[in-house]
Design a protein around this ligand. Structure first.
Ligand code: TYM
Length: 406
């Protein structure tokens, strides 16, 4: 089985959790063991000390996605905080692979957190739309992939990123307009061997050369020299990449070559996966519409999807059942609320009531349905206000404002 397909590749071991940019699967009923993943990937756990340090330095309460352990792993975050403390610049880099017109709830998580990072640290942000990647991997035309990039840009803009500090770009468009970006891609391509990408991504000899060379394109935005018009020609500004942990293989590879090409190793902060509607053993994914809540779903579709999941449990008496199981942590409605409910007091109360059975599962689902309808309804309204002209503005390379980039 090749990378890019939905079934697990042959090189995955059958009894371990499997995570790469295209597949997420766990055999365990409790889902991915994220502590084991930290050990396997060689990243570091985000502990209370780091969260306190962020709060002390910024004077802001940590985001609920940090406090609840959704962003759980990192590379070089302490270095980024030192830069901030010393009033040295850094920038944020994240992205989206525009495989379809609609993004799902899982995709929102890194973007919501990135917006908080941008506001909290007052730093510039670049967002890569890998329309080239989606053309190479999926059964869509290159024109469709580019159109989806512009549609997805509307969803991203609707989240409220500061236009003066944010640059969104489609690979197909930016590569042809910025030689410095392409030069960095070439440098990475020269430094990484086939054997290395095979080891990191599981490619094999029947994969297209487009797939094999693509990781260099996702690596290049980690270097500020790829953006000469954004950073007043500063070439060595360090970068921090927020993403879910499926994207880590790209940045392990990037960190390996960074110094050899005269760049700085990017720092990374990783989130867990919003699970599929069917359970915690895999992630919400655009390739399975029944496993996902899309930002285009209507109120009715949201209700049906959440309820259908409930039906799959066979209509048992949830209160007694989950009391007996003694575990509510893997319940999908509970999991989604962990990601989405920002009100701590309300969340803690719900958690307490649900854990001891005071709150029945149908009631928990109702709370989730209402919250999802509110969040997605608001998103729909905000997205409707995003014009083509606004998309063009965000996607035009220009000097980005930042109090500490001089
Ligand atoms: P893509 O489009 O698969 O995903 C976009 C972002 O969403 C994260 N993500 C999730 N987060 C939580 N729960 C989920 N179920 C879930 N599914 C996806 C991804 O980790 C990602 O952060 N190749 C990339 C695009 C890209 C990129 C980047 C992403 C280019 N440069 C830099 C992050 C950082 C992709 O196809 O993402």
């Amino acid at each position: 089985m090749k990378s890019g397909e939905t079934e697990l590749p042959e090189y995955s071991s059958s009894d371990e959790d499997f995570v790469d940019p295209w597949h997420v699967a766990s055999k365990s009923a409790t889902g991915i063991d994220y502590d084991k993943l930290i050990t396997k990937f060689g990243s570091q756990k985000i502990d209370d000390n780091l969260i306190t340090k962020i709060e002390n330095l910024t004077g802001k309460r940590a985001h609920h996605l940090l406090r609840r352990g959704v962003f759980f792993s990192m590379r070089d975050m302490h270095g980024i905080l030192t830069l901030y403390e010393q009033k040295q610049p850094f920038y944020l880099y994240t992205g989206r692979g525009p495989s379809s017109e609609a993004m799902h709830l899982g995709h929102l998580i890194p973007f919501i957190f990135t917006k908080w990072l941008q506001e909290t640290f007052d730093v510039p942000l670049v967002i890569q739309l890998t329309d080239d990647e989606k053309f190479i991997w999926n059964d869509i035309t290159v024109e469709e992939a580019n159109r989806y990039a512009h549609e997805n840009a509307k969803d991203i803009i609707a989240l409220g990123f500061d236009i003066n500090k944010t640059f969104i770009f489609s690979d197909i468009e930016y590569i042809s307009s910025c030689p410095e970006f392409y030069m960095n891609i070439c440098k990475v391509q020269k430094l990484v061997t086939y054997s290395q990408v095979k080891g990191i991504f599981g490619f094999d000899v029947s994969d297209s050369i487009g797939k094999i060379s693509f990781p260099a394109i996702q690596a290049a935005p980690s270097f500020s020299s790829s953006f000469p018009r954004l950073f007043k020609s500063k070439k060595d500004i360090p970068c921090l990449i927020p993403c879910a942990i499926d994207q880590d293989p790209y940045f392990r590879m990037t960190r390996d070559v960074a110094q050899k090409l005269g760049g700085v190793k990017p720092a990374v902060i990783h989130s867990t996966f919003v699970p599929a509607l069917q359970g915690v053993q895999t992630k919400m994914s655009a390739s399975d519409p029944n496993a996902s809540i899309f930002l285009t779903d209507t109120d009715e579709e949201i209700r049906i999807k959440i309820k259908r999941y409930a039906d799959s449990e066979g209509g048992i008496n949830m209160t007694d059942e989950h009391k007996k199981r003694g575990s509510y942590l893997t319940d999908i409605s509970y999991q989604y609320l962990t990601y989405l409910m920002t009100d701590d007091d309300k969340f803690t109360q719900i958690e307490r009531d649900y854990a001891c059975g005071v709150l029945a599962r149908e009631q928990l689902q109702e709370i989730l349905i209402k919250l999802l309808q509110k969040i997605i309804g608001k998103h729909r309204q905000n997205r409707a206000l995003v014009t083509k002209e606004m998309v063009k503005q965000y996607m035009t390379p220009r000097n980005l404002e930042c109090s500490i980039v001089t």
